[in-house]
Design a protein around this ligand. Structure first.
Ligand code: AP5
Length: 209
């Protein structure tokens, strides 16, 4: 299955992608994670992306499209994948149409008040990259590997406000884009992680019929 996860920042795309990836044995391609890794490694892509990401702006389409094209050509993507955080503009969606036949665009639908709580409470493990919410953490350590957890720079309140505005302007139109193509499905993701996975599974199954 070739799946796109749409949804606002903090809607829970990465959390659900991890579960679906395990269940379907297909890789998740998260453009946010690839860009953060590029910044950490000081690559040319990372240098181009950093200023945009720090402000909560989108990285230019040509940078992200080139990165995704390269990643989708790798052998582990040949039997399907989950795109988390791509496409994010109509231009990116059109570029994707040229290189892939997507089966489902799944909209992770979460109300704004819940999103703000999820983003302000998100902590990421510096060692293994695991993502958690403070409400589910007993201490400031990763429950999986014991590494220190930190708050992403773009989860600070002033940047979150801009990310949500950028989402409304540039990414929300993709809901209509994929609706018109007949491949949109929506999962109500205001519940717990397990409840949301059940909604995601039902939305995927509805599209298979
Ligand atoms: P990216 O990393 O893609 O960030 P995002 O879309 O803003 O999404 P997030 O990772 O913030 O949220 P998510 O929906 O995955 O939620 P999560 O599962 O973590 O992008 C970052 C930046 O990179 C962009 O701003 C842009 O600059 C750049 N970029 C990336 N892709 C690009 C592209 N295609 N084009 C241009 N620029 C691009 O959940 C959030 C929190 O909630 C976590 O703490 C999680 O543990 C918790 N949580 C999740 N579900 C639940 C639940 N049910 N109950 C309680 N807590 C929950």
């Amino acid at each position: 299955m070739k799946l796109i996860l749409l949804g606002a920042p903090g809607a829970g795309k990465g959390t659900q992608a991890e579960i679906v990836s395990r269940k379907l044995s297909i890789p998740t391609i998260s453009t946010g994670n690839i860009l953060r890794e590029a910044i950490k490694n000081g690559t040319e892509t990372g240098l181009k992306a950093k200023g945009f990401m720090d402000k909560g702006e989108l990285v230019p389409d040509e940078v992200v499209v080139a990165m995704v094209k390269e990643r989708l050509a790798e052998p582990d993507c040949q039997h399907g994948y989950i795109l988390d955080g791509f496409p994010r503009t109509v231009a990116q969606a059109e570029a994707l149409d040229q290189i892939a036949h997507i089966d489902v665009a799944l909209n992770i639908d979460t109300p704004d008040d819940i999103i703000i709580d999820r983003l302000s409470g998100r902590r990421v493990c510096a060692e293994c990259g695991g993502t958690y919410h403070t409400s589910l953490l007993k201490e400031d350590k990763c429950p999986a590997c014991g590494g220190a957890v930190y708050q992403r720079d773009d989860d600070k309140p002033e940047t979150v406000t801009n990310r949500l505005a950028v989402y409304q302007e540039k990414t929300a139109p993709l809901i209509d884009y994929y609706q018109k193509k007949g491949i949109l499905s929506t999962a109500d993701c205001r519940g717990t992680i397990e409840e949301n996975y059940r909604a995601v599974k039902a939305a995927l199954e509805a599209k298979k019929q």
